[in-house]
Design a protein around this ligand. Sequence first.
Ligand code: SF4
Length: 247
Amino acid sequence: MAAATRARAGRRSSGPDPAVVGRVMRGLARAITGLEMPAVEKISESQAEDSFQVLIATALSARTQDATTLAASTRLFARAKTPKAMAALSVREIEKLIYPVSFYRNKARNVKACCEMLVDEFGGVVPGTMEELTSLPGVGRKTANLVLILAFQSRDNICVDTHVHRIANRLGWVVTKDPEETEQALYAATDRRWWASINLYLVTWGQNVCRPVYPRCGDCVIEDDCPKFGVTKRAMGYRATAVGGNR
Ligand code: SF4
């Protein structure tokens, strides 16, 4: 029986075979060593998990290339390192510092409003609950989950962005239409021990190998455990034919 078929056959009706999930996660842990880390992980590591910098960098990272996020965050933090200092900047100054991240005007407004709220309502300290974090302007579940994982060392959260959403569906771990649905499905489908690592492993893999349109399945260390849902082999390589749960 082909490995991918074995993987499918091994799936429980409620989700993937835990042994397959474990094999994939351990394989990715080894394979991502030495690869470029996502920008927010780099900032978190270099800033000793500073919750404020993780929060702002994650908010800037939405729909933006990693290199752009890293450069914009570095410029912004060089100018203001605390909520109080950043709240004192004008929206125009923040716009100039974070340009060219996508939606930089919107994000600049949100960064300022977020910093003002941190100062006014949270004593200048980033709060540590999902409810409080998502009450901040421009902060959704993805950002809140990453802050809880990286800055508060939570092991109870999964941060799902487009890479995690896409790869979890290609692997057949979930059948979902958007990242929010994927997050909830992954809590049910995977063991808690993997939750905090899912973002780092799948985002790094998604940026380097399991790319959105042309995944490099031939170079992929987890190919034997991947049914490649939504991916088709063509003469010149592999190509995505669906994203998310549209098999
Ligand atoms: S690159 Fe291909 S084999 Fe690897 S996880 Fe993505 S779809 Fe599966």
